[in-house]
Write a protein that binds this ligand. Structure first.
Ligand code: NDP
Length: 336
């Protein structure tokens, strides 16, 4: 089944890795064709994620080579379907490759929908990737629930806590009743982290994170650290982690963490893991479980989605510049 579909579309193409100048907005790209089990979505909102900058710079190599249409998530309307699960006209959100475009083909197994009326297309595109990341990392990677059952519950720390993923980590940890220390760059970002449920905040641009954590935890350190900043914070993580603690290192906003001398973990019996969202949403059951749980949290307003700015798709370079320049809080969206 399909509705009227044009032959060409607009989108953003990267010819070779580089700075934001390699993001080329074009209006004559071919509309992709769907294969078995796929749907074609006319995108409305496209989520910007830090990972998009890694594919742009080449920190993560593109498996399909270049030219590349980057982007990992979007929301919109199904305009053609080769799957019994979705019909033309369904409003959906999804994870896929090549979302910085007017149309994207998606495996039906990575689509959520039809979206409930209560969830706008902007919220859905803003929530999916970072929300699933926060949820699976808190529950599956860190196993916070089990840890909450033990004595006073764990100390947790979230870096870049006013960012897209950070603000969701804080809210989800808060819903679960954890003790949360948030680090963020600046007074306003710290204020936001506090509104999302962090009981303690540290302004990483003015304060000494190691000293402040020692103060707050009475010298014990934190039991679980969620670190998407990477290179700039990893050494401090090893100082502030408590004995038997877990460092969930999941990103490279400041660069890739330097190679680790494994002997450094012995001093406090520390665990380090480097999870990737896509490894937690492999089976249909996993996809169903985590997307249902995420959308329930949003519908019940236990988790709120804050959009920093909606940029026109052709202004994608400004969106990347703002994200990499630490100028944003919450989620950046592109509008087709
Ligand atoms: P954010 O909205 O969190 O933006 C990045 C933030 O990182 C900035 O706002 C800034 O906050 C902080 N930061 C610290 N140092 C730097 C620096 N040198 N340059 C730029 N930013 C810096 O982005 P996302 O939520 O999209 O992603 C956050 C992290 O999570 C990224 O590393 C990303 O790769 C990772 N991620 C990993 C996933 C996985 O599966 N492993 C899935 C999703 C995200 P401040 O000013 O407060 O320090």
């Amino acid at each position: 089944a399909s509705s009227e579909i044009p032959k060409t579309m607009s989108g953003v193409v990267i010819e070779k890795p580089g700075d934001v100048s390699v993001l080329a907005y074009k209006t004559d790209l071919p509309v992709p064709e769907i294969k078995k089990g796929e749907v074609l979505v006319k995108n409305e909102y496209i989520g910007v994620n830090y990972i998009d900058t890694y594919f742009r710079t080449g920190l993560y190599p593109s498996s399909s080579g270049y030219p590349l249409i980057t982007g990992k998530e979007a929301s919109g309307t199904v305009v053609a379907s080769n799957s019994p699960r979705f019909s033309v006209g369904d409003r959906v959100a999804y994870l896929s490759e090549s979302t910085y475009a007017e149309y994207t083909t998606v495996s039906a197994s990575r689509v959520v929908g039809p979206l409930p009326e209560k969830i706008s297309s902007a919220t859905a595109a803003a929530a999916l990737l970072q929300g699933l990341t926060a949820l699976t990392f808190v529950r599956e990677a860190a196993g916070i629930e089990q840890k909450l059952g033990i004595s006073e519950g764990p100390w947790t720390l979230v870096h870049a806590a006013a960012g897209g993923t950070g603000s969701l980590l804080v809210q989800i940890l808060s819903v679960m009743g954890a003790k949360i220390i948030a680090t963020a760059g600046g007074k306003e970002k710290c204020e936001q982290a506090r509104c999302h449920g962090a009981q303690w905040t540290i302004d990483s641009t003015r304060e000494n994170v190691v000293e402040r954590v020692k103060e707050i935890t009475n010298g014990k350190g934190v039991d679980v650290i969620f670190d998407g900043v990477g290179k700039a914070t990893f050494d401090a993580d090893l100082e502030i982690i408590a004995r038997k603690g877990l460092i969930v290192s999941f990103g490279n906003a400041s660069g890739k963490v330097d190679p680790l001398d494994i002997l450094r973990l012995g001093a406090k019996n520390v665990k380090v893991m480097r999870p990737v969202l896509f490894g937690y949403i492999v089976t249909p059951e996993e996809w169903e479980r985590w997307t249902t749980e995420l959308f329930d949290l949003i519908k019940s307003e236990k988790v709120k989605i804050k959009v920093h700015e909606v940029y026109p798709l052709k202004d994608v370079a400004r969106a990347h510049t703002d994200l990499e320049g630490r100028k944003t809080t919450g989620k950046l969206l592109l509008k087709v």
